[in-house]
Design a protein around this ligand. Structure first.
Ligand SMILES: [Zn+2]
Ligand SMILES: [Zn+2]
Length: 643
């Protein structure tokens, strides 16, 4: 038998016999590891340990100590759910049940389920875990598999599409239950420490609204009860902070049925925050040598054909027919910026050229996927495109990474960084991709930043570095990206004159600092729980006159603090109620004025952390606000200074 070589995470090659599985490779590394193997990651995909390896495969062995173990555990919990469901509701038909970032779901049909039914199913799941059933992988031939699913058109659909080429299909059995599945799974149901069913929603078969509606049951699983408890507490807190809830309570944004789904409307409070964010990004961009540009919301599809968006992206584009000519709302800003670059002739000395624009884009997401500001049809990217010489790539990417990390720092968000490589649908030659990926890897390696690999997650025109926001609750959200693009300059035939007086092609870099304003705003609302830093707060100071007698003094103060967003509480409520209202509205500072303050020409200040200071001079307060604003401090700290 001939040997094949697989590549281990440290870059070393391991030689194994042809036909060897993930588990065989693990045993070849060491018998201890072989015994501990739960699954494998082959070329970025989590697979069963019995999966045969191919020559040149990237292999990571998964044990119960690996991050991926939780995915395996949760997917196994999905099977336990399906088993419990069929014990209690034998009429239920199963479709698919994958793991997710924080649990699992199973899409089922032919069964009437309500939220109240989940408890009984959950109890049954605990019984199945208690029974500690072995989970066994069984290979079944195609005929038999089709027979098993004679009355389940969804499983048959899987057999006839994804699994069309397989003569043998893998089923996983536990006790009386079996399910068509590629795995991987844990060894027995007893390995699943804690489970919880969370909620029910509707879903479409294969996510297509033309298809049948299914019932999706979400759940989660952990290795221990305490991990589950911690997660459920975090989830409760997240519900309280939900940006859709706070967006309404704080009058930040609205999505209106009449104006359309996925099309956010920003109220004055929301727009004030967005403007501050835009000003901050603009200043960072100007300081980093970017020039502002502007492009319209739609272009002739000629442009989208030239850029490659039409062939790769047309399903997600809004197309319009204008006088028998096709136009498309822009799903990206890049082709517009490339065209702007092309209007001038450039010398090697002019590069890098850096453009930025807060560009509104439109992408047709499935209606069922739309949610608050996290999934929308229209959103604004704080978009930047750089046109650089090949020898400038490394320096420019380093500068961009610096700027992005500055943004994370300003908002107190942690960053998680990953290199996303070539996807299945892509343009450009193998050499170009190889070169681009190598360069991004080199910059990341030199920078000393900890990063992961997202195999196949790159843009269709080039690899990228993805930054994820980690918020105050430890949740991860997609953030800004830096993308290297050797393809679009080629498609647009962009050139600059080199030192040798010949035409050369610049390299394009796509980057954002926030990603999209919508996504970033959502992250900030939930991260800060609506308690925005002073510089962002839509209402920064609220003056609370103790009685109507101080209304004149209150107006004078509002004028004196005129550089900031200051409102006066003019409802004739008790002071206690006025304070509670300002607290609910999350106003950073309350200025309380009564007869004494008016007489002395001073103010009393209270912050939303319930700290107080009396006899404060208006000038000292104003100076403090200015420095807090300029330094973009994440927390009000006026009274801390006083102590
Ligand atoms: Zn499975
Ligand atoms: Zn771009």
């Amino acid at each position: 038998m001939s040997d094949i070589a697989v590549i281990l995470p440290d870059g070393t090659e391991l030689s194994v016999e042809e036909g060897a599985t993930v588990r065989d490779a693990a045993f070849a590394i060491g018998p201890g590891l072989g015994k501990d193997t739960v699954a494998g990651v082959v070329d970025g995909e989590l697979v069963d340990k019995e999966t045969p390896l191919h020559d040149g495969a990237d292999l990571v062995i998964v044990t119960d100590q690996s991050d991926e173990y939780l995915d395996v555990l949760r997917h196994s919990a999905a099977h336990v759910f399906a088993q419990a469901l069929q014990r209690l509701h034998p009429e239920a038909k199963l479709t698919i049940g994958p793991w997710t970032d924080d649990g699992f779901y199973y899409d089922v049909t032919s069964v009437d389920l309500e939220q109240e039914d989940l408890e009984a199913i959950e109890d049954e799941m605990r019984d199945i875990i208690e029974e500690d059933l072995d989970i066994e992988r069984v290979l079944v031939d195609r005929e038999e598999a089709l027979e098993k699913y004679a009355d389940n058109p969804y499983k048959r659909d899987i057999l006839e599409t994804e699994a069309a080429g397989d003569d043998e299909l893998s089923f996983y059995q536990q006790g009386e239950f079996e399910d068509l599945c590629k795995g991987p799974h844990v060894e027995s149901t007893g390995e699943i420490g804690a489970v919880k069913l969370l909620n029910i929603s509707a879903a479409y078969w294969r996510g297509d609204e033309e298809n049948d509606t299914l019932t999706r049951v979400y759940g989660t699983a952990f290795e221990s009860e305490s991990d589950l408890e911690e997660y459920l507490d975090m989830r409760e807190e997240a519900k309280e902070r939900d940006h859709r809830k706070l967006g309404q309570e704080l009058n930040l944004f609205a999505i209106d049925e009449t104006t359309g789904p996925g099309l956010p409307l920003y109220q004055p409070n929301g727009k004030r925050i967005l403007d501050e964010l835009a000003d901050y990004a603009k200043q960072l961009n100007l300081d980093a040598g970017y020039d502002p540009v502007e492009t319209p919301h739609l272009f002739r599809t000629e442009l989208w054909k030239k850029s490659g968006h039409y062939e790769n992206y047309v399903d997600d584009m809004f197309l319009l027919d204008v006088n028998d000519e096709e136009y498309g709302l822009k799903p990206m800003n890049c082709p517009g910026h490339a065209t702007i670059f092309d209007q001038q002739s450039w010398s090697y000395r002019d590069l890098p050229v850096r453009y930025f624009e807060d560009g509104k884009v439109y992408r047709k997401e499935q209606r069922g996927e739309l949610s608050g500001l996290s999934r929308v049809w229209s959103f604004t990217i704080d978009d930047g495109h750089l046109f650089v010489r090949p020898d400038q790539i490394e320096d420019e990417i380093n500068l961009i990474i610096d700027n992005i990390l500055t943004v994370f720092d300003t908002f107190g968000l942690d960053a998680e960084v990953a290199l996303a490589t070539r996807p299945e649908k892509s343009v450009g030659s193998d050499e170009i991709w190889e070169q681009a990926e190598t360069q991004l890897r080199a910059v990341l390696d030199d920078s000393g930043i900890d990063y992961g690999i997202e195999a196949g997650d790159g843009a269709f025109y080039g690899p990228k570095i993805d930054f994820a926001f980690k918020d105050a609750l430890g949740r991860k959200w997609d953030g800004p990206t830096v993308q290297l693009d050797f393809n679009m300059p080629d498609r647009f035939d962009l050139t600059y004159t080199g030192e040798d007086n010949e035409d050369h092609q610049p390299v394009m870099i796509h980057r954002a600092l926030y990603g999209s304003y919508e996504r970033f705003f959502m992250v900030l609302i939930e991260h800060f729980n609506g308690k925005f830093p002073f510089w962002l707060a839509p209402e920064q100071v609220r003056i609370l006159p103790i009685s109507d007698d101080q209304m004149g003094y209150a107006k004078k103060l509002q004028y004196e603090l005129g550089d900031f967003r200051v409102d006066i509480e003019d409802r004739s409520w008790t002071l206690g109620r006025k304070i509670r209202e300002a607290q609910t509205d999350r106003v950073p500072y309350m200025v309380i004025v009564g007869g004494d303050e008016e007489e002395d020409g001073t103010i009393s200040v209270r912050d939303r952390k319930e700290r107080e200071a009396k006899d404060v001079s208006v000038e000292a307060f104003r100076d403090h606000l200015q420095s807090e604003y300029d330094e973009k401090r994440p927390e009000p700290d006026f009274l801390a200074d006083e102590e």
